[in-house]
Structure formats: C-alpha cells, structure tokens
Design a protein around this ligand. Structure first.
Ligand SMILES: CC(=O)N[C@H]1[C@@H](OP(=O)(O)OP(=O)(O)OC[C@H]2O[C@@H](n3ccc(=O)[nH]c3=O)[C@H](O)[C@@H]2O)O[C@H](CO)[C@@H](O)[C@@H]1O
Ligand SMILES: C=C(OP(=O)(O)O)C(=O)O
Length: 422
C-alpha cells in the first residue's frame, strides 16, 4: 500500500495546469458506446476510474486506446450487454453504461455499482428514468436486467436532482423515439459537457445547465471529437491548499465560473482570489477567518466534493465555521482524521462545528475516500511536522499526480510504499 509523506508548513508558489474533469470524462466515455466509429476525446486525465472505464469498454467489445491525454474509442465491435460484477464494483460511474447499452443493444445486465463510501447512494432515480423511457427492469439475485424493444421519449421528474441519473437518462434518450423532458435535472457543468459531446455526435439535446433538459430523439449518431472541461474540483482543491499553506499560486486551464462558490468562500475567509481569463491566482499569508455556516448543495451551490478540503482549510481559520453535509449521508469520515492532527471539531448528525486552531500538527492519518484523502493532504501541507496519509489509492481515483503538482509548487510531499509495521 502507498502513502503520501508530507512535511508541512511550506508555502506554495508557482503555476499549475488543471487537468480534464474525471466526472465529465466518465459519462462522455460511456456515450461513445452509442454508435460505432472512432471517437477522439482530449484532455482525459490518467486516473484509476478512467482506467476502469477503459477496461469495461474493452470487456464490452469496444476498442479503447490512449496516447498521452487523448483517448480513442471505437465501439463498432460491441458484442455484449453484460458488465461483470468485478468491474461494476470498482466505481460508481459504471452505472452510466446502462443508458448507452440499452439504447444501442436494447438490453443491459449489471450489478449495483461501487464508488466512494460516502453514503447509501441508491440507484432508484436511474432505474425510474430508464423505466419511464419504456425499459423493463428486473432485479434478481443481485443482477439488474434491463430491456426495451423500443425506447420512447417521456417526461421524467426527478424528486431530487441527481447528476448520474440525469446523465444516464440523457444517454438513453438521445436515440429514443420522440421527445424526452427531464425536470428537476441536475445542473452541474459536467452535464453541460455531456450535452456538448452528444450534440457533436448529432444528438439534439438542449437545456443542460438548467433544471429542464429537452432531448429530441434522433435516428442516427456519428463519432465525434471533444475536449473535456477542466476539473473544477481539482482546481478547487489546489486553491484551498494554497490558501491553507500560504503563498501565491496560479491555476491555469480553469473555468473560474465553475468554481464560483468555492472562490467566494475563500474570498470571504480573507484569501486574495483573482480570476483572469482561464487562470485563477490565489494569494494567502496562511492566516484567514471563519466563514459562518455553509451547506453542501447541488450546483451552483457549495459542492459536496469540496466539503472535506474546505473543512481542512477552515480548521485553521480564526473563529468558528459550521459545515452541513446535505448531499451524502456518510461523508464526514475525514473529521476523526483531522482531529488526530489537532483540529477542534464537533459533529452532530451531518453538521460539523469547526473551531479554528492556531496550527495543526503532523500525524499518521488514513484517507477513507477520494475527497477525504484530498482534505488530509491540504491539512498536511499546512501542519507543523510530518503527516503520513494512507489510502492513497482513493486519491488516485480523482487527482492525476497530486504529489507532482504540489511538489512543482514547492510543497514537500512524496509517495512512499508502506509496510504494515510502519
Ligand atoms: C461520477 C460523478 O459524476 N460523481 C459525482 C456525482 O455522483 P452521483 O451522480 O452518484 O450523485 P447524485 O447527484 O446522483 O447524488 C445526489 C443525491 O441524490 C441521491 N440519489 C442519487 C441517485 C439515485 O438514484 N437516488 C438518489 O436518491 C444521492 O443519494 C444523493 O443524495 O454527483 C455527486 C454530487 O454532486 C458528486 O459527489 C460525485 O462526485
Ligand atoms: C464521489 C466522487 O466520485 P464518485 O461519484 O465517482 O464516487 C467524487 O468525485 O468526489
């Protein structure tokens, strides 16, 4: 098992380019199954989840190849509609394959997806959406079989906005007969990116980024070329790391508007934030103030995927901040790890009171999921002494070479193999 070893207390200086977004790339790669021919996707990060998606596409019969940050997929040779359980379990995004397989082959069989252990994460909205388009769904002995002789457009009203369910329905509906309307759709930028890719393939999708998406079914799609949007969570994590450790960092290849809420909070805490075109400059002396009460919300609200990192930052703020996690029911596992580093945190239900302390102290901590791991890295960079963060495999799901990006900014962080006796 690997760990990050971090010598904290060093300010960060320099410029770093933000890679493409995992959460945009994954549904777009799933979309390549909708038709045969060679698709070309650019700026796809090298991440564990992308590798798993490649393995799934390969297991389904598609050809998947990477050259640098460009991925080519050709699904002309798609030969099965079954995804083995061992692959389904490796990430949440395996569920995105349901929509395209149903559309292309008229059937799909999967088991429940895996993903970060951050809550119960049901799939009822995915199944409701596909059923509304005419799919017959049966779940028996852990296997979900979904079939449809024909998909027909429908109006789908989600009881809560779900990023994944919105994307799955878009993927299934682009070739359905007639018009599909998704109401109370999720509005995340990654959904807008999926819409752009689908429209490049010849689909007719409008409204992504609002709560109503309208999809007019088309008969044919064709392969397309597309560049993935920058990862707003990676950018947000580096911004928060620079704010916590102090220094001056410029992030390039960003869409500052996608980070609006995170940047607003940093500003409120007294950090200097200057967006300039596709760049964002963060300047901080490492001292900042509490931000009051914040709640995670669907986009454009404060993102749950930034909650742990923001909490790590606020541990060092002057005063008390309160964070309420409203999207996932078990996304506070970093709290006990931050406490090992001297953070003063009190949890009640899904709400955490964060009383700022003058400094954190290096400790041995464990990443239990992707963003919890990122939060511990942020804490380690700003702590006094040495922090060892275990569970690096979770961090590798969402950050390409996080330690290299931070080292290039002067952070003292390196990857180490850990033996059980350590
Ligand atoms: C690959 C990807 O894009 N992952 C992101 C996606 O996950 P994901 O798409 O899984 O998250 P959702 O937007 O679906 O989840 C939002 C809420 O809806 C609930 N829900 C979801 C589906 C369902 O069928 N039933 C149901 O009740 C969830 O439990 C949660 O409370 O959006 C999350 C919320 O922004 C992010 O944290 C994840 O990083
Ligand atoms: C929770 C996340 O990912 P996933 O939905 O793939 O588990 C995340 O990116 O923070």
């Amino acid at each position: 098992m690997e760990q990050f070893v971090i010598e904290g207390g060093k300010p960060l200086y320099g410029t770093v380019r933000i890679h493409g977004a995992k959460n945009a790339a994954l549904p777009i790669l799933a979309a390549t199954l909708l038709t045969g021919g060679i698709h070309e996707i650019h700026d796809v990060p090298r991440l564990k989840d992308i590798e798993v998606m490649g393995r799934i596409l390969g297991a389904l019969g598609a050809r998947f190849s990477r050259a640098g940050t460009r991925i080519q997929v050709d699904a002309s040779t798609l030969r099965t509609c079954h995804i083995p359980d061992v692959l389904m379990r490796q990430m949440r995004s395996s569920i995105f394959l349901m929509g395209p397989l149903l559309s292309r082959l008229g059937e799909v069989s999967v088991t429940r997806p895996g993903g970060c252990a951050i809550g119960s994460r049901p799939i009822d909205l995915h199944l409701y959406g596909l059923q509304s388009l005419g799919a017959h769904i049966e779940e028996k002995d852990g296997l979900i079989r979904c079939s449809a002789s024909k998909l027909t457009g429908a109006t789908i009203h989600f009881k809560t906005p779900s990023v994944g369910a919105t994307e799955n329905v878009m993927l299934a509906a682009v070739k359905a007969e007639g018009t599909t309307v998704i109401r109370n759709a999720a509005r995340e930028p990654e959904i807008v990116d999926l819409q752009s890719f689908l429209n490049r393939m010849g689909a007719d999708v409008q409204g992504a980024g609002t709560d109503t998406i309208i999809i007019h079914g088309v008969r044919e799609l064709h392969p397309a070329s597309h560049e993935i949007i920058p990862d707003r969570i990676v950018a947000g994590t580096l911004a928060v790391a620079a704010a916590a450790a102090g220094g001056e960092v410029t992030l390039t290849n960003t869409i500052p508007d996608h980070l609006r809420y995170t940047l607003h909070l940093l500003n409120k805490a007294g950090v200097s934030v200057s967006p300039d075109g596709d760049a964002i400059r963060i300047r901080s002396d490492g001292r900042h103030r509490a931000v009051g009460r914040i709640e995670t919300q669907p986009y454009p609200g404060f993102p749950t995927d930034m909650q742990p990192q923001m909490m790590a930052f606020l541990c060092l703020a002057d005063g008390t901040s309160v964070i309420c996690e409203r999207i996932f029911d078990a996304r506070l596992k970093h709290v006990s790890e931050l406490a090992r580093m001297g953070a003063d945190l009190t949890v009640e239900g899904n709400t955490v009171w964060i009383r700022g302390v003058p400094h954190l102290t290096g400790a041995d901590v464990e990443a239990t999921d992707l963003r919890a791991g990122a939060a511990l890295v942020v804490a380690g960079l700003s702590a006094r002494g040495v922090t060892r963060v275990g569970g690096v495999q979770h961090i590798d799901r969402g950050y390409e070479g996080l330690e290299e990006m931070l080292s290039s900014l002067g952070g003292r962080i390196y990857r180490n193999s850990r033996s059980d006796s350590d």
